[in-house]
Design a protein around this ligand. Structure first.
Ligand code: ZN
Length: 377
């Protein structure tokens, strides 16, 4: 079983050529432009804007002046602000990419608790995903307790026959599940995260979990139920529904970057070796989309420019677009395939195609891509 052993990425000087070259070009970029790899004015502006808009929606909701329709729409808008904070502030901070000051990163990481999640758990789980993309048993984003089959190594169940249909409906529940069930489940029911076994969480993290959830539920529906004229049930339904569209957006943005027709699912050998170094592994398991869309990239916090994020997770997302131009050039020079979709709809179709392929019990999917094969002789 993959999860029970230490998985290592095998390397050779030939395989390392590419990443060495890319690292030096990226270093050169920051040096010659005299800029830091961390957040800049754009990042501070996004942070301030997030807080102001979040507060604006909260005060609007609490004003008691909205009609039922107005209240419903305000909740939906608020849901999108929450997802904006997750993509643009929390993600960078938990990667320690927001600032070179660790305390600043830790401070903004708590934005995850502010928006209904838990930064401590996110750091641990996201780390397991980052280090081992598409490796069954370690990459926790593939782990759905049998709900979906995102990997050919996930045991097939009869319901998976229909997963290319039901998955999209369930994606809409992903965010609601996260803020109500997921964190509690990982804190109280699960002992392992990927290949980290028998985890004992510090007491402090349990306390923070409850403070965060109390704040999120308190501002989300408890205070409105106390102070607004609308019925408690209506307010609660608005709160539930505010998670649906942002949840669907969040799940799709993320899923199309790793689970798509054209990705690979490498398996470690008996000794736990993956026949690739990490950089080539990322290039064979990750695809970007709409990287030239300035507005899209700005709104999504660069989630769409995902390859460079995996290769340089400690670089703030405001630099991804420029660095991806360098990545593309370096890939071309080394004759390595860089995977991208110009349009989101193409990425979405490939995600659907992979879900359909994996809906078959004997799905055949590539275990290695061209870069690995060319460098393994
Ligand atoms: Zn990440």
């Amino acid at each position: 079983m993959t999860s029970s052993k230490r998985v290592k990425f095998k390397s050779t000087p030939l395989k390392d050529d590419f990443i060495r070259d890319l690292r030096s070009r990226v270093d050169q970029y920051f040096k010659s432009n005299n800029i830091s790899q961390y957040g800049n004015m754009e990042m501070y502006f996004k942070t301030a804007l997030s807080i102001v808009v979040w507060l604006g929606f909260f005060l609007l909701i609490m004003s008691g002046t909205l009609s039922n329709l107005g209240l419903f729409l305000a909740y939906i808008g608020w849901g999108f602000v929450i997802i904006f904070i997750a993509f643009n502030i929390m993600h960078d901070a938990t990667h320690d990419a927001y600032s070179e000051n660790q305390k600043v990163n830790q401070f903004w990481s708590y934005s995850m608790d502010f928006i209904g999640g838990n930064q401590y758990l996110f750091r641990r789980m996201h780390g397991a995903h980052h280090g081992y993309v598409n490796i069954h048993g370690i990459d926790v984003t593939l782990e759905t307790h049998g709900q979906f089959r995102f990997s050919p190594d996930e045991p097939w169940l009869p319901k998976h026959k229909w997963q290319h249909f039901y998955t999209f409906g369930l994606y809409g529940l992903a965010m609601l599940h996260w803020v109500t069930i997921k964190d509690f489940k990982w804190f109280f029911v699960e002992n392992n995260i990927g290949n980290q076994k028998n985890i004992k969480h510090p007491l402090k993290e349990y306390v923070i979990l409850f403070i965060g959830k109390t704040f999120y539920y308190g501002t989300g529906f408890i205070l409105p139920m106390i102070f607004l004229p609308q019925s408690a049930l209506f307010i609660f339904m608005c709160w539930v529904l505010m998670h649906i569209l942002p949840g669907l957006t969040f799940a799709l943005m993320f899923q199309v970057t790793h689970v798509y027709e054209g990705t690979t699912y490498p398996l470690p050998d008996d000794k736990g070796n993956i026949e690739n170094n990490y950089a080539l592994h990322v290039l064979e398991t990750t695809a970007d989309f709409c990287r030239h869309s300035k507005l899209g990239t700005w709104l999504m916090g660069g989630i769409n420019i995902h390859v460079i994020h995996h290769l340089f997770p400690k670089v703030c997302h405001v630099h991804y677009a420029a660095l991806t131009d360098i990545l593309k050039e370096t890939c071309d020079d080394h004759q390595i395939v860089y995977q991208e979709n110009k349009r989101f709809l193409t990425a979405l179709r490939k995600h659907y195609d992979m879900l359909k392929i994996l809906s078959e019990p004997n799905a055949v999917v590539p275990r290695a891509g061209k870069a690995t094969m060319a460098r393994t002789a």
